[in-house]
Design a binder for this molecule. Structure first.
Ligand code: ZN
Ligand code: ZN
Ligand code: ZN
Length: 172
């Protein structure tokens, strides 16, 4: 029997949640994932990850650079981009293509395919992993003789919080 079900890897944050705990949990999971995959989470990579987890909104590379620049003199752009590449490869962060920005993964592991729900009112992002959705796309692609190299699914809308508070429209 097929037990595959969709999972929420990272849900929308409620206003009252303890974000300090989010960050701590995320870093602990990232460290564990690196141990498992034999990758090295250097202090810089770890710090970049922590900064990406600064909020539930996607963070742009130049914002990370500005934040790091305040604490390290040698935070040259290539170093930060390399750290982001590493974090992406390791499945610890994801790049939201439509925003050209990064979010931390709630259940980090290498090479997983996920879907993103993006709230255009508050800017927060939730991550889903529905293997059924991915295999459906793979099937359709195969029928057309198409080989999928990268799969990006980004869905825009309004989160429950913003629906409740009546916030709507584009995120500035
Ligand atoms: Zn949080
Ligand atoms: Zn993920
Ligand atoms: Zn929202």
């Amino acid at each position: 029997m097929n037990q595959v079900r969709e999972t929420v890897l990272k849900s929308f944050a409620t206003a009252a949640h303890d974000h300090g705990r989010c960050i701590k949990t995320a870093l602990a999971k990232a460290e564990q994932a690196c141990v498992t995959s034999g990758k090295r989470l250097t202090p810089l990579r770890r710090r970049v990850l922590e900064l990406v987890w600064g909020s539930h909104e996607p963070v742009k590379a130049y914002e990370l650079l500005a934040l790091l620049g305040q604490e390290r003199e040698q935070a040259a752009p290539p170093t930060v981009y390399r750290a982001l590449d590493f974090l992406q490869d390791a499945g610890l962060v994801h790049r939201i293509a439509s925003l050209n920005a990064f979010v931390g993964c709630g259940e980090p592991r290498e090479g997983h395919v996920s879907q993103f729900l993006i709230c255009t009112a508050c800017g927060t992002v939730a991550e889903l992993a529905d293997p059924a959705l991915s295999s459906r796309i793979a099937d359709c692609a195969e029928r057309l003789g198409f080989r999928v190299a990268r799969e990006t699914m980004e869905i825009e809308g309004t989160c429950r919080n913003c629906q409740k508070t009546g916030k709507a429209g584009a995120h500035a």
